[in-house]
Design a protein around this ligand. Structure first.
Ligand SMILES: CC(=O)N[C@@H](CCC[C@H](N)C(=O)O)C(=O)O
Length: 374
């Protein structure tokens, strides 16, 4: 890889300092340091919590075009062994937000030199992985003043080769809701189970029951997912657990199915309380609106990329991933697309290693489109 490419170098620096949602302090400072090192004549910079908004004034603007990059990392211990691996032992850019940011920096550097007619707004958004930065950022005073007329964003896609993008009109990403279930019963001595209500047994039973929602309550043609990613409970091997906690996420292709899944979870949890004489509480954490690509702009972008660039444009299926960029697309016409980065390991994996050649490809593609649109 061309390590002389300044945006690859910036990506590597950002990769070293992943931070969780709304705690992206070093990331924000790193981005600001770079942004303030650029000529300032056409650029205005504002911060919002740990995020940043950068407006580049056009020569003769009739609209403002937005590009959004998310900036947070994940609580994953990196296992890539890369020389520029995370210096934060328990956090990693395992969802490509380091790519998303460096691509935005590349576009900013380009368009402060080569100004187009329209205004450009670059949004460095915190907390995409949770609890969600897009919705409150959109409601902020800054974004009331600087509200783009159209907006785009990308997400890295390990399964596609470099030089390929994938998208579709309409639904691209699912509706999501986090899921936290706390169980409380009666603990005790491991040798006297009859005197207790074992929350480890209850948690295991509930995890199995939750799987029946997808197989028996949701129309097979209307996909949904319930994933429990974490179970905690108990203290040591010979004490029956008084408490257990399930942490997971729900994904559905329609808002109606989300309601259905939640009502079934509530019923099953109630059944568990009665059946196992314990207390249970459900917290849905943060929820993300589906990512819905506006038809005309998506079509136009796909046609543009096919006719004017060497990018391979794939019309893909919808995915069960979630993205709070969906809130921005609910209010501002635009689209999101997958950017091929060809990694053997997928998103949210400790060995995700996207091909950095995709950074320059993305900068060239988006720059060409912004020149055409603006
Ligand atoms: C693109 C991507 O991987 N996004 C995340 C968004 C997570 C939202 C929330 N924390 C949840 O788990 O529901 C994803 O996991 O799809």
């Amino acid at each position: 890889m061309d390590t002389n490419n300044p945006f690859v170098a910036l990506r590597r620096e950002l990769h070293k300092i992943p931070e969780l949602g709304f705690r992206e302090f070093k990331t924000q400072q790193f981005l600001l340091d770079y942004l303030y090192s650029l000529p300032q004549d056409s650029m205005e910079i504002k911060t919002w919590k740990t995020g940043i908004l950068v407006k580049i004034s056009g020569r003769n603007p009739s609209k403002m075009i937005g590009y959004r990059a998310d900036i947070d990392g994940l609580p994953i211990i990196e296992e890539t062994g890369l020389p520029f691996k995370s210096v934060h032992s328990e956090q990693m850019h395992a969802c490509g937000h380091d790519f998303h940011m460096s691509i935005a920096l590349g576009l900013i550097a380009k368009f402060i030199e080569e100004r187009i007619n329209d205004d450009l707004l670059f949004i460095f958004q915190p907390a995409e992985e949770g609890p969600g930065g897009a919705e409150p950022m959109l409601k902020s005073e800054i974004m009331k003043e600087w509200k783009p007329d159209m907006i785009l964003a990308l997400h890295i896609a390990p399964e596609y080769p470099v030089g390929t993008i994938a998208l579709r009109e309409g639904l691209l990403f699912a509706n999501t809701s986090e899921l936290f279930i706390d169980l409380k019963g009666k603990g005790g001595h491991a040798a006297y189970p009859h005197n207790t209500n074992d929350m480890v047994v209850v948690a295991c039973t509930l995890v199995s029951q939750l799987q029946s929602i997808i197989s028996r309550n949701i129309d097979p043609l209307d996909s949904a997912v319930v994933t429990i990613g974490k179970i905690t409970g108990g203290t040591v091997q010979n004490i029956i657990a008084e408490k257990a906690r399930l942490e997971g996420t729900i994904r559905t292709l329609s808002p109606e199915s989300m309601k259905k899944v939640k009502s079934r979870i509530q019923a099953l949890v109630k059944g568990i309380e009665v059946g196992y004489e314990c207390e249970a509480s459900i917290d849905y954490g943060s929820m993300y609106h589906q990512v819905y690509n506006e038809t005309a702009l998506t079509k136009e972008f796909m046609e543009f990329a096919r006719s004017n660039t060497d990018i391979n444009v794939v019309e893909c299926r919808e995915a069960m991933t979630g993205e709070d960029f969906g809130y921005m697309l609910e209010e501002i016409p635009g689209f999101m697309f997958w950017l091929g980065v060809d990694s053997e390991y997928g998103l949210h994996h400790a060995r995700l290693n996207p091909n950095e050649a995709a950074i320059e490809k993305a900068i060239e593609l988006i720059a060409a489109y912004l020149r055409y649109k603006g």
